[in-house]
Each structure stands twice: as structure tokens, then as C-alpha cells.
Ligand binder design. Structure first.
Ligand code: LIP
Length: 262
């Protein structure tokens, strides 16, 4: 079995198990554990518990692999493979009881640096909807047994998604970016989980997605889903504190880069 498929199957199995834990904890009531960069940037006890489950499964099944997680930090790889994990992407949705949250697990060849890693496998699981999106490099992107493909350009305009950071001082600039892009759009969505935004581009539920300031664990898995569904993913301003990610089918991607990279 190719390594990418082996890693994808493991990511899918762990995403389902850890997603079930997240769903169980949500039903029992969510406890705030801490805040991070701002009061709005929260972490729940479930974030930490779910990441611990993922990390322990990975170290049992793939000892020596590296790890980069949103809540528990990094471990250097001895095998050349690093796992990039967001245990609950869409944490604020999760805390409010909005079902748009996901477990995002990616395996890359390289370190946790998105400027140099080569993604091999991905799993994005939405526990509240029981939807599992998977991809392996060269093996396509899937929703369950359904093969995924990004949308072609639509003369009606693009259904776009974006997001905003937790730092209020970034909101004016991000809203100005929305204004720049709107001539390409039929409408805009703000779903609240970058991993789901990217999975939906891969599935054709969105035409395109852009957002500044994501962390590697927010997009590692979703970006591979888009690429394996025939889309293109680009990161602009990668040396800045808030790189811009753009994901869409090839034609819309070129239009978005033309507008956003000017
Ligand atoms: C979230 C992203 C979302 C972004 C939020 C936040 P988290 O990740 O998925 O797209 O707009 O600001 O970064 O914090 O829920 O893991």
C-alpha cells in the first residue's frame, strides 16, 4: 500500500474517533480552559483532550513521526513525516453550539513549516454532520465514497468564503479585502472553520476561499483536499505575520490572485 494511502487511512480513523469525543463533550457542555492571543481567542478543555487523544494514537501507531498541534506544541520528526493537527477547528462555533466545527489532521513529508512541507494525506471530519473528507497525494479527494471535484468558473459569480482573525485591529484591513473581492462574488459566507471552508471548496459547496492569518494546522489538511479535487491553493505574503491563503478552481484562483496580489 502506498505510504500516502496508509497515512490517509490512519488519519481518517483517528479523525473519526477524536471527532466522536469532541461531539460527546459538546453534548455534555463545553468548559472554557483558557484564552490565548485575545479574550476572543479561546481554548476549551475539549480542544486539549481531543488533541491528547490524537497525539497518543499517532505516537502508538507511528512512533518517531513529528507532530505540530494547535494546543500541545511540536515534536521533531525522526521519520521524515510530521502530523499537523487542529483538534477542534472552529473553536468559537464549538463553544457556542454552532455545528460548523471539525477535526483536521494532515500528514506531511517535512517539518511543520508550510513553506517547505509536502502534504501526503489529509482527513477533515465534521462530527456534528458526520462528514469525513479525506485525501491522499495522487489518490484524489473524497467525501466518504464520493469523489470530489472543485467547481468550474460560474458566470453568475463565485460563492466565496472568508474569515477574520481574533485581533480586532486586523478587521478593518480584512473588510477592505472583502470589498476588493466582492466584484468577483455572487455572495459571501463566513463559516468559521478554515478546514471546513477548504473541504467545501474541494466538494464544490463553495467556489473559492481566502483568508489572512491562518495557522498551519488550520489549513494543512484542507489545502490537500482542494489540490486533490483539482483546485489550486496559493499562500501570499508568506514572510509576513498574516499570510493570505487562496483556494479555488484554476480559473477563479487566477482571478483571486490577480485581485489579492496587486
Ligand atoms: C479558526 C479558523 C477560522 C478563522 C478563525 C480561527 P480555530 O481556527 O478555522 O477560519 O477565521 O479566526 O483561526 O481558532 O477555531 O482553530
Amino acid at each position: 500500500m502506498p505510504l500516502a494511502v496508509e497515512l490517509q487511512e490512519l488519519a481518517a480513523d483517528i479523525a473519526r474517533e477524536s471527532g466522536a469525543l469532541a461531539r460527546e463533550r459538546r453534548a455534555a457542555g463545553v468548559a472554557l480552559a483558557a484564552t490565548k492571543t485575545t479574550l476572543a481567542d479561546i481554548v476549551t478543555e475539549a480542544d486539549r483532550e481531543v488533541e491528547q487523544l490524537i497525539r497518543s494514537r499517532l505516537s502508538a501507531e507511528r512512533p518517531g513521526d513529528g507532530f505540530l498541534g494547535e494546543e500541545s506544541g511540536a515534536a521533531v520528526s525522526e521519520t521524515g513525516i510530521t502530523w499537523i493537527v487542529d483538534p477542534i477547528d472552529g473553536t468559537v462555533n464549538y463553544a457556542y453550539g454552532i455545528p460548523a466545527y471539525s477535526v483536521s489532521i494532515a500528514a506531511v513529508h517535512g517539518t511543520g513549516d508550510p513553506n517547505s512541507w509536502h502534504a501526503l494525506a489529509a482527513a477533515v471530519y465534521a462530527p456534528a454532520m458526520d462528514e469525513l473528507f479525506t485525501a491522499s497525494r495522487g489518490g484524489g479527494a473524497w467525501l466518504g465514497a464520493q469523489r470530489l471535484a472543485v467547481n468550474p468558473a460560474n458566470p453568475a459569480g463565485a460563492l466565496l468564503a472568508t474569515g477574520f482573525g481574533y485581533d480586532p485591529s486586523t478587521h478593518d484591513g480584512d473588510l477592505a479585502t472583502v470589498r476588493e473581492v466582492m466584484p468577483l462574488a455572487r455572495d459571501l459566507r463566513r463559516i468559521g472553520s478554515a478546514a471546513l471552508d477548504l473541504a467545501y471548496v474541494a466538494a464544490g459547496r463553495l467556489d473559492g476561499y481566502f483568508e489572512r492569518g491562518l495557522k498551519p494546522w488550520d489549513f494543512a489538511a484542507g489545502a490537500l483536499l482542494v489540490e486533490e479535487a483539482g483546485g489550486v491553493v496559493t499562500r501570499l505574503d508568506t514572510a509576513s505575520a498574516r499570510p493570505m491563503i487562496i483556494a479555488a478552481g484554476p480559473e477563479l484562483h487566477a482571478e483571486l490572485v490577480r485581485v489579492l496580489d496587486s
